[in-house]
Every structure is written in C-alpha cells, then in structure tokens.
Design a protein around this ligand. Structure first.
Ligand code: SF4
Ligand code: SF4
Length: 79
C-alpha cells in the first residue's frame, strides 16, 4: 500500500469529521469517529488536527476532505 505525507491546513477545516468517518469505516467497518486514527478537535471556530501513532499514512482521510484541510503527497521513497 502506498504511503503519503499528509499536509494539514487547520485554517480550512470545518469540523465536518468526514476524515474520521472515512478512517473508521475503512479500518473498523463502522462509522465511529472515536475509532479513527485522525482526530479533529473543534474549539469554537478553530479546529486542531492530530494523527494517532497507529496511523499508517494511507491518505484516505485526505481523499475524503472536501475543504482542502488535508492534502496528500506520495512519499519520495515510496515507489
Ligand atoms: S480535516 Fe477535512 S474532512 Fe476532516 S473535519 Fe476538517 S474539513 Fe472535515
Ligand atoms: S492516513 Fe489513513 S490511517 Fe491515517 S488517519 Fe488517515 S485514513 Fe486513517
């Protein structure tokens, strides 16, 4: 599986949690944001985005972000 660097632009994040839903759906077969390996913390108008140590850099969360808060680029050493 390809690995990606994930670029985060927290200022674009709406807090929609599509990224967490996509990650949990893929890896736990359930829409359970608390099981995702990406965590979005919404505080008023601000969002902070973190990845857990279990994140495998698959890039699926970035594919499911419609607001350009997550962008993926292939790792240079990944063929
Ligand atoms: S990073 Fe993207 S998909 Fe995730 S909550 Fe923010 S806007 Fe939504
Ligand atoms: S890169 Fe993959 S494993 Fe990591 S948080 Fe995103 S969807 Fe989950």
């Amino acid at each position: 599986m390809s690995k990606y660097d994930i670029q985060v632009a927290e200022e674009n994040c709406t807090g929609c949690l599509r990224c967490q839903l996509a990650c949990s759906d893929l890896y736990t077969k359930a829409f359970n944001p608390s099981e995702a390996m990406i965590r979005v913390v919404v505080s008023g108008a601000d969002c902070s985005i973190h990845f857990t140590e279990e994140c495998n850099e698959c890039g699926v969360c970035a594919d499911n972000c419609f607001f350009a808060a997550l962008e993926k680029s292939k790792k240079e050493n990944d063929q």
